[in-house]
Design a protein around this ligand. Structure first.
Ligand code: HEM
Length: 213
């Protein structure tokens, strides 16, 4: 456990931890989006996908526990960096100044991060910690998106998630040393393209459901 606390005690160690846990979330988002695309195929496809997922039993529990651990480390380290940065102004979190320059994403990371956390808490209350007896996950999702308020919240949240992911992915590449002048546009383009796919892929779901169901 010593290596873990030692790593977290240095600034570069914290950035490394942010990058690795952030990439874990990126992987989760890609898998979650792929699964949620079955929503566009209708009730049967989505319920069958959810049943398959839940039939993995203990595996799913392990994945959920891993996700929770990633979240705790990512949020706690992010908040610590934010606090240290705030205390030592005008010296800023140096990764933000790297080759990508300052963008909306880089300058708002702590704020979009807190909003994503608030969204995830609401989201879990909507779809995860609900009574699933006598209903299906399709009905839980479609009932939620029957409300104009939730449609609005989810669309705004997906824009915030996309902004956070666009800079987070780029920044993780920089921290892990995947950077070269020649490949900068490629890495930046990939980060933005991934963020747009996540934002549009998730963001259209509430709209699609509200007009088609
Ligand atoms: C319109 C967009 C989204 C829809 C319709 C959606 C749908 C769902 C559903 C139905 C579940 C419950 C699965 C179950 O327990 O059977 C779920 C779980 C979850 N979602 Fe989403 N999701 C969306 C976007 C997001 C985003 C953007 C994030 C992250 C920023 C996210 C994070 C999570 C997490 C962490 C879980 C819990 C996973 C687990 O414990 O199994 N979701 N989502």
């Amino acid at each position: 456990m010593n290596w873990f606390t030692d790593t977290l005690s240095t600034s570069i160690g914290k950035k490394l931890m942010m990058a690795l846990t952030g990439l874990g979330f990126i992987g989760f988002l890609a898998a979650h989006l792929a699964g949620n695309l079955t929503l566009y195929m209708g009730q049967e496809a989505f319920n069958s996908y959810a049943e398959h997922l839940h039939s993995t039993g203990p595996l799913l529990k392990v994945a959920e526990f891993g996700l929770l651990l990633l979240a705790i480390i990512h949020v706690a380290t992010g908040l610590t960096l934010f606090y240290q940065n705030w205390r030592s102004r005008p010296v800023r979190y140096s990764v933000n100044k790297s080759a990508g320059g300052r963008t909306i994403g880089s300058s708002t990371m702590p704020y979009t991060g807190i909003l994503v956390l608030l969204f995830v808490i609401l989201h879990l209350a909507n779809f995860h910690f609900v009574d699933k007896s006598g209903t299906t996950i399709w009905h839980i999702v479609t009932d939620t998106f029957n409300s104009g308020g939730y449609i609005f919240i989810y669309i705004v949240a997906m824009i915030v998630v996309a902004i956070h992911v666009s800079h987070g992915l780029w920044s993780a590449f920089q921290t892990l040393g995947v950077s070269h002048v020649k490949y900068t546009p490629l890495i930046w383009g990939f980060s933005v393209a991934f963020a747009v796919i996540v934002g549009v892929g998730f963001g259209l779901i509430p709209i699609f459901i509200s007009i088609s169901v």
